[in-house]
Design a protein around this ligand. Structure first.
Ligand code: TYD
Ligand code: MG
Length: 472
């Protein structure tokens, strides 16, 4: 029999190699390949043994699915798609210290009033968790607490008697399966432990929360594989410098993705932020150049944020361009459109773009607000403080309509904004009207980015003759 050799596993994507290499060919990452003990090799094919026949059913609902469990933390429930689905596995990823343990302990605390919750920690001692619970005002909550790392023991406890309704594993990287020889935190360990725990959750019908750490690069430590195994992946993110924390669903088999929950870290734990727009705009100073308020949409909820731009003369040969909270490629595109279609010259200027409050925007609908902030910064002329902006910009400079116009306008009106710079409405009934009928906001319809540029009168905007777009 051939001697089993060690195998080398990429800690980023899980690809296996027979010898060490500096770079993983599968995911192109460097220094991610680590030697791990070989896994028992699977027999070639399935052998000659006959399998059991499986039964097929139709798609009609068979019986009523158990109701979702509402945690009582509204922001968490919404991100999960309206409560926790029994038998599902939820992965909560995030940087160390962002508040994953705090969030899950708080959720456990409120859930414990309605059902049985087990909180298993591999990171802290039981006393440390108790201390934290005390600080969160949860010391009376009936949470079943344990410090354990051996998955065999954990599963044996979950299999015995009536299972809990919700189980929290903090964190999956500290768990180990004693039949796997590699160290805790390696891909093989994480994968095996998660697989076993998820199987028990499905069989016994409890909701499983797995805490996962995030690597420097921002992906869940080690295994992307983990994301494929769970039903829901939530990222808990935020700036250490800010008090806001954003819980974002990036995968959800039972609800919409792109949904966010907003929290604020206080000295008594995480507090839900019910009106994020007011929070994100709280420190805004009106009437400064380079600032535009974007009426965005995060999942089903409208969120208003301030987009800030700074344009400064550069001493460098290649001027600096940086974006925080917004895609760099998208920024370059908006800049190129402003230069080529409106004749603005950003060359020779350093350029910074920031989404205030630490939110990360992914919607192309922010293009127009970015453009407004940039032109305003270049001209020194402010965007009116009571205006919200949204719209997508196409390469020929046209402003395209975006989804959920009315929801965005309603939120803006609610927060006291008086005017909106938005794409020209495709609806015949809205065209040419100075006001939005539903909200009373004064509407400035934008058909082309040039319409935005012409809102700024300052002559210091340096211009070169614009290039005509095809079909103009
Ligand atoms: P924690 O939940 O331990 O983070 P993670 O599990 O994601 O690593 O969060 C720890 C941080 O939160 C720590 O920096 C202190 C802060 N914190 C508060 O500000 N207030 C609180 O009430 C608690 C419990 C933590
Ligand atoms: Mg923790």
């Amino acid at each position: 029999m051939a001697k089993s050799t060690a195998s080398f596993v990429c800690q980023n994507c899980g690809a296996t190699y027979t010898k060490w290499a500096g770079k993983c060919d599968a995911c192109n990452e460097w220094n991610t390949i680590v030697e791990e003990a070989p896994r028992e090799s699977a027999p070639k094919g399935l052998g000659g043994k006959a399998g059991r026949k499986i039964a097929f059913v139709d798609l009609k609902t068979q019986g009523v699915p158990p109701p979702r469990r509402i945690t009582g933390i509204g922001e968490l429930d919404r991100v999960c798609g309206g409560g926790l689905v029994p038998g599902s596995a939820i992965l909560v990823g995030g940087d160390p210290g962002i508040g994953k343990s705090t969030l899950l302990l708080q959720a456990s605390g409120v859930l414990a009033a309605k059902c049985v919750v087990a909180y298993i920690t591999g990171e802290e001692a039981v006393d440390q968790v108790r201390l934290r619970a005390e600080r969160l005002g949860l010391s009376k909550a009936n949470v079943q607490l344990a410090a354990a790392t051996n998955v065999r023991d954990i599963i044996a406890s979950l299999e015995a008697g009536t299972p809990p309704d919700v189980v929290v594993i903090d964190s999956i990287q500290t768990m180990y399966a004693d039949n796997v020889e590699s160290a805790p935190g390696t891909v093989t360990q994480v994968r095996t432990c998660a697989h076993e725990l998820i199987r028990v959750a499905k069989r016994r019908g409890f909701t499983l929360f797995l805490v996962g750490h995030v690597t420097k690069e921002g992906t869940l430590a080690g295994p992307r594989v983990l994301e494929h195994m769970v039903d829901t992946t939530l990222y808990f993110e935020g700036d250490r410098g800010h008090q806001f924390r954003i819980l974002r669903a990036v995968k959800n088999r039972f609800g919409p993705t792109d949904e966010i929950g907003v929290f604020e870290m206080t000295d008594a734990g995480l507090a839900e932020v019910l009106n994020p727009s007011a929070l994100f705009l709280a420190e805004r100073r009106g009437n400064v150049s380079g600032s535009a308020v974007f009426a965005g949409l995060e999942g089903t909820r409208p969120v208003l944020v301030e987009i800030q731009a700074l344009v400064a003369p550069s001493a460098l040969g290649t001027p600096r361009r940086a974006a925080v909270g917004w895609d760099m490629a998208r920024l370059n595109m908006v800049l190129a459109v402003l230069e080529a279609r409106c004749g603005l010259a950003f060359t020779g200027h350093d350029l910074y773009l920031n989404v205030a409050g630490g939110l990360r925007i992914q919607e192309p609908a922010a293009d127009l607000a970015v453009a407004a902030a940039l032109v305003s910064a270049l001209s020194g002329d402010p965007v009116p403080a009571d205006a919200v902006v949204f719209g997508e910009i196409g390469l020929s400079g046209e402003v395209r309509a975006v989804a959920q116009r009315d929801v965005r306008l309603k939120e803006a009106a609610k927060l006291g904004f008086k005017q909106a710079w938005i794409p020209r409405s495709a609806r015949k009934s809205d065209q040419g009207k100075p006001d939005d009928t539903k909200t009373g906001l004064s509407v400035k319809s934008m058909g082309h980015v040039q319409d935005v540029v012409s809102q700024f009168t300052d002559a210091s905007v340096s211009r070169t003759p614009p290039r005509k777009a095809a079909g103009d």
